[in-house]
Design a protein around this ligand. Sequence first.
Ligand code: 0L1
Length: 249
Amino acid sequence: MNPHLEPFAEILDEAVLHRRAVPRLTGTAELDVPSAYEVQRMVIERRLARGESLLGVKMGFTSRAKMVQMGVDDVIWGLLTDAMLIESQVDTAGLIHPRIEPEIAFLLERPVRTPADAVAAVGGIAVGYEVLDSRYEGFSFALPDVIADNASASGFGLGPWHTPRNVGNVGMLLEIDGRPVASGSSAAILGDPTRSLIAAARLAAAAGIELQPGWVILAGAATAAVPLPAGAHVRVSAAGLGHAEVMTR
Ligand code: 0L1
């Protein structure tokens, strides 16, 4: 790891801890994609040093629309820790500008060493949601910034696990206080969320990380992310997978 990158990790870690938006790193510094992933790992190492443990991976820019918006042609990833798992309630007062999006999640029951292992390693599939909270002022970031910021990961929640099945094109809905606010198909996730799972295995192998049994792979969003208000009841559902719910404070 390049010690010159540690100050960037400190800025982003402190931004989370103190709920403080920061200017994008690329506004004043040269940061390429490999260095940005190093910063991301440093941010995660700081969380692990505080007692958190790795719980999986989140995939980002998994829709063609988001790739075009960012001018990229590949997905990005971030790491999930146990402290990011939301049971039933999230306190928006602790977040900078939270948004939420519905996701398909895979639960691994075997280690994944290569992309060829990925599909057979899945023991469960669920509908879930991800709370994004970019640490950058005004959501203003370039690709290396969002990678360094752990792909805007903040929290995630899961519905009940189901036996593995085809989730290539299932309808998904996001409701806030009983009102539908976004809907789409899981096919928006790289054409099939399974492709995102395989991409996670590819990125993990390239980074020298073995995906572990018990880890969750959040495959990416089926709709645009929507602002997460305080005092709301949020429900995400997917055809055949039931739903996940969260209350916000
Ligand atoms: O698609 C993703 O989850 C990647 C990060 C999105 C960045 C953001 O909109 O905050």
